[in-house]
Design a protein around this ligand. Structure first.
Ligand code: SF4
Length: 406
């Protein structure tokens, strides 16, 4: 827009400066100046053609004097033609000169005084003035749209660096991150994880003391009365389906794995009610085998962080596994789940009280007012009890109360 405007002004100024005859100034209008950058060769060739034409034009006038006896009228006609030809040549030369000047000025002027010309154009033409005024408004309107685009354009390398830095910072915030299910061995962790589906770890932790007191081993649970088992796990919800899973996996452990929980993912996922997520929890926390626990918190956070766009837990797991070394997988899972439960909640993330906000592309999705955000913090970060009745040493919060106590 600005270039066109400048060019038009240059053309007009150049035409005026050249001050050719009236007819010439009409010829050296905007169209002439627009062709100017590509008409360099034409500008050189055309005067030659004009000269040739000028020298040729009198010939017809002279011609008859050589082939026919000259008459007064013929001489007059020839003289008139010669005069016309001279005028034409003069006019054409003047036009070419004006063209050259206009083209030169149109080319040089924007380079030298672009700002000046814009100002001049705005002064001279009200329509252009309006356009010049609108320009900043357009820029201002586009500005917010650039932020998401910039995030989208983050390179893979930059994203991986940012992700690892976020993990390091989360490690500083939650040095005490741990599985939030109470357990004393792999069997208890397996059972507790199966029970944690569709409920809180707190509710599971309040339920399992009585359950493990009644059925401490796979053999004991495999021999349990289904109704008695259902009654014990009722507080966790979906108790009939969960009771079937517990009975099934206990029988499988007793019959196929000598009463021991297997330490391999491919074996664990063959047990009733055990999927990849449960298997990774058991492997990572009872066997020291690195695993990513893609639960609802983990999935939500990694998408908010821009680490992945995947929704399917297995695809999320595969993509996150590419970003972090294996040695980080288990603790990364705990940190993300801790952060999701305490700060980066599903509905109201406490962005204004979030320690990793400067690295998060989703900052602003939740409450940004620091005071209001602080009130959204949960568990030990909100000065409240944690989820475990028997938290590990170093946990800064209060233990959770037993079932029915609060
Ligand atoms: S800034 Fe907001 S969205 Fe990002 S991690 Fe923190 S709480 Fe979650």
């Amino acid at each position: 827009m600005t270039a066109d405007r400048d060019s038009a002004v240059g053309e007009q100024a150049s035409a005026n400066a050249a001050k050719p005859p009236k007819r010439d100034s009409e010829l050296s209008g905007p169209a002439t100046a627009k062709r100017a950058p590509t008409g360099k060769n034409a500008g050189v060739r055309e005067p030659a053609e004009a000269a040739a034409q000028a020298s040729a034009d009198p010939a017809p006038g002279d011609g008859p004097s050589r082939t026919k006896p000259a008459t007064t009228s013929a001489r007059t006609a020839a003289a008139k033609k010669a005069t016309a030809a001279r005028k034409k040549t003069t006019a054409k030369k003047a036009t070419e000169a004006a063209k050259k000047t206009a083209a030169k000025k149109a080319t040089e002027a924007p380079k030298k005084t672009a700002a000046k010309k814009t100002a001049t154009a705005a002064k001279k033409t009200p329509a252009k003035k309006t356009a010049a005024k609108k320009a900043p408004a357009k820029t201002a309107a586009k500005a917010p749209a650039k932020a998401p685009a910039a995030r989208k354009s983050e390179s893979r390398v930059a994203m991986v660096r940012r992700a690892r830095r976020m993990n390091r910072e989360l490690a500083e915030v939650y040095p005490y991150a741990h599985p939030e299910l109470d357990f004393r061995n792999s069997f208890e962790l397996l059972v507790a994880t199966v029970l944690s589906a569709q409920t809180t770890d707190l509710r599971v932790n309040q339920t399992t003391p009585a359950l493990f007191a009644a059925y401490p081993t796979p053999e004991d649970m495999a021999a349990a009365d289904p109704e008695a088992l259902e009654e014990l796990i009722r507080p966790t919800g979906f108790f009939r389906a969960k009771a079937r899973s517990l009975l099934g996996l206990s029988v499988a452990l007793r019959d196929r794995f000598d009463g021991e929980v297997p330490g391999r993912l491919e074996d664990l996922v063959t047990l009733p009610g055990v999927g990849r997520k449960t298997a990774n929890v058991v492997l990572g926390n009872a066997f020291g085998v690195p695993g990513l626990t893609v639960d609802t918190h983990f999935g939500r956070l990694v998408r908010r962080f821009g680490w992945t766009a995947q929704e399917d837990p297995e695809k999320v797991e595969a993509e996150i596994a590419e970003i972090f070394p294996k040695s980080e997988w288990t603790m990364l899972s705990h940190r993300l789940i801790f952060h999701g439960r305490r700060v980066c909640h599903s509905r109201k993330p406490a962005c204004g009280a979030c320690p990793i906000a400067p690295l998060c592309p989703s900052y602003g999705e939740g409450e940004t007012d620091p005071e209001k955000a602080k009130k959204l913090l949960k568990y030990e970060m909100g000065g409240k009890p944690g989820q475990r009745l028997r938290p590990p040493a170093g946990y800064p919060g209060e233990p959770a109360p037993p079932l029915g106590a609060g």
